[in-house]
Design a protein. Structure first.
Lengths: 448, 448
């Protein structure tokens, strides 16, 4: 924490909202109907018209971030005294609430690492580009926020090094346990770190072995909730539904619900106002597209301007868990979002982000009231987490995990299904099943 | 076979190529630049422009079938004397080579079953619509030909009934072994049957159990190749690569290769000629879009016209298998096709379909010469199989499975990877990993 404070003090950030007209290199392209960079790289702000038979609104327009390139979110890990350590970067991003957040070793879009901006090559890039197959512990394509990004995905990758490695001054080695502990503080661990560590596999073990393991671990202070999470993560047996049942559940929803997304000119979007300083909804709801001028300084000062997305309010993402037949299960929501790669992804029990149009009537969002009023002893996790500060202007969402008792029935609403943590990890492995909000919450679960 | 002959004699099919101008209900829509049905339903023939850094051709135009609706490919199964039987339909489709082919119980697009054509409700539809969760043995979304269909998927579903069920005269109960035996004859089992039965799960067993099982089965005449397939299907251990390694392999390819598909007007496609009777490539290669007038008669005669796709030549799909460390592995190709839902899917070792632009130089297609000249005793499977006769005019592809010896090295070309049958089944379960050509070949593998 004190190292992070030092890192924060060593940098300066000036960020200022500006009119779209004064953006350098960025501008509205009338032929394409979108805001893009002069190079055509990085990302663009597009307008889309969404048609769906999901939810209560059949058609709407909205701006969306279009970033078709697949970038790297990568960790270098190394063993010290038998414990795996992650090379973390204290990285400043213009939209961050806490200026500096703990980020992966490498966080780079293809435009970054092919150096469209003619800047420096990202640190440690060569380790990822030259990684041998046996060094790769994890390499997955995972989705980003489906309400804000159009089918965006990043490559979540972890590579292990054996040799010594030069450590630059804003980098630090942390264990997984330390990262998870730091996540309990608001806005210290960035979104990209959370998505990558959520994918770390645990393997599968028989129930008896887990019971024995927990028995041995008793003296070491593992609490009953951590034991329950561990058992749910490792056990292949005892789940309410089989993996095949869950695939059937998802197939049925994907077969019934349509999602059609067409491009529309940003200036032709219905119900949206393209103003001089923001693109916003007539009602002021959801989110705005803004333009910012940024100056980040350490020894040298870097200045640029760019469009960003600013939320209208804070959101909430929560998993409700419950022990069923001796095994902790998660109430997983199947959720359609307009930017999803494949119509529907698995989401937390409650996910109400600003920018999400699928709003039900006041109080009609399942589990929302329950989560907001859960007694303190049932709240396993509760912290504010930032969205990615390179695109989102000071956006934070409350992340919660609730361990429910008998007050929550085993009966779930139609588009919800109980899964063990082991099953969530299985779907996570096969990509594009779990959304980023679900993965961010899973990253918060600790077994020690 | 004789029942099939009877079914063939009981129907009549007249199919005639006609000019596009005489299509009833179908026509070129100048505003949308495509050929579509008056209702806007069923499917359309669109023009696309493809940009990719995969292969040797960076940009091309082509027509493609656009059918965004997810339809049913469904089997009703029932146990008779302890053996599961599949309710097969002897179904005639206009493009079929052998008029009648063995098809799933239900084969229906959403336009069919919501009765856009105001025809009769498809037989047995209600069994699928009213299926209880415990009746569903399989329910998966699987892709269709990526070179011909734009991101088309169907719902592959198998439901089990306990009660007696009325059997219409062109339906018959067959066991899985019988279906697989009939597949060894050319063009008897249709594409839709093959894709659904490819997904039937086998579960996972430890190696020792399989050896014991094979030992017991010795007297029952299971041949050594069938034992090798069974072991490869059931064994979770001993594979050259782990599932995680294979996901890494795929992630790397998906991260490096781009696929951009834009709509272009059918009449504006470069190198394609929009003629009065066909849309064809200047060179005559690949495939043509044609219009046909169809009359199918049984007791009553049904007449309609529609566009179809006619191939320029026969294609070849082949898996090369090889025993590595005592376990049969398949040489699986990672292949980019323009209509793929997610850039790259796993394909057979050799897949050269007409209509596929990714042609390498003569003799440069890996394994092609080897497969064509494989000695007879190494050919496990060799039959012509039809593509779906509702869209494709007499299209058949040669399907082969070769058991290779030492002449094939364990070293594979860059975009190939060894997988066991168990691993192929695992990816099959999670949808959109195995392409339809790979699934069609897997359906041909028999364990008895």
């Amino acid at each position: 924490m004190s190292w992070l404070n030092e890192q924060n003090e060593a940098v300066s950030l000036r960020i200022e909202k500006i009119p779209f007209a004064t953006l350098a290199q960025w501008g509205y392209d009338a032929a394409e109907g979108r805001i893009r960079h002069a190079s055509g790289k990085f990302f663009s702000i597009d307008g889309i018209r969404v048609n769906t038979n999901w939810g209560t609104v059949a058609e709407w327009d909205q701006p969306i971030i279009n970033q078709p390139e697949i970038g790297y979110l990568g960790f270098i890990v190394k063993e010290f005294d038998g414990v795996l350590h992650f090379l973390m970067q204290a990285k400043i991003e213009p939209g961050n609430v806490n200026y500096v957040q703990l980020s992966p070793t490498l966080q780079a879009t293809r435009s970054n690492y092919t150096q469209v901006h003619k800047g420096k090559k990202p640190r440690y890039l060569e380790y990822f580009q030259q990684a041998k197959p046996e060094q790769i512990l994890l390499d997955q394509l995972q989705s980003e926020q489906g309400a804000r990004f159009l089918r965006k995905r990043n490559r979540n990758i972890i590579i292990k090094v054996e040799d010594d490695i030069d450590i630059y001054e804003n980098f630090v080695w942390l264990t997984l346990a330390q990262i998870k502990e730091l996540m309990r503080h608001s806005n210290l661990v960035n979104m990209d770190t959370r998505t990558v560590i959520s994918g770390i596999p645990f393997g599968q073990v028989q129930s008896q072995v887990i019971d024995f393991f927990n028995f041995l671990g008793n003296g070491k202070g593992r609490s009953s909730v951590e034991k329950a999470f561990l058992k749910s993560a490792l056990s292949q047996e005892g789940s309410v539904h089989s993996i095949e049942n869950i695939i059937t559940f998802l197939t049925q929803l994907k077969s019934v619900f349509d999602l059609e997304v067409r491009k529309v000119d940003l200036k032709q979007m219905r119900e949206w106002v393209y103003g001089e300083e923001s693109i916003h909804h007539e009602t002021g709801k959801y989110f705005k597209v803004i333009a910012v001028d940024v100056e980040i300084g350490n020894r040298e000062v870097v200045q640029w301007s760019q469009p960003m997305v600013e939320p209208a309010q804070e959101g909430l993402c929560a998993f409700v868990c419950k022990e069923i037949d001796g095994l902790l299960h998660f109430a997983v929501q199947a959720k359609l979002e307009c930017g999803n790669h494949d119509i529907i992804e698995f989401a937390p029990t409650v996910q109400c982000l600003t920018g999400n149009y699928r709003q039900t009537k006041e109080g009609a969002l399942p589990f929302l009231e329950y989560v907001l009023h859960a007694p303190k002893e049932q709240v396993y996790f509760d912290a504010l987490q930032s969205e990615e500060g390179g695109r989102f202007f000071r956006e934070q969402n409350r992340n919660m995990i609730i361990i429910a008792g008998d007050e929550i029935s085993e009966e779930l609403p139609e588009n919800y299904i109980w899964m063990t943590l082991n099953q969530l990890y299985t779907f996570l492995k096969f990509n594009n099943y779990l959304n980023i909000q679900a993965r961010s919450l899973i990253a918060a679960i600790s077994f020690v």
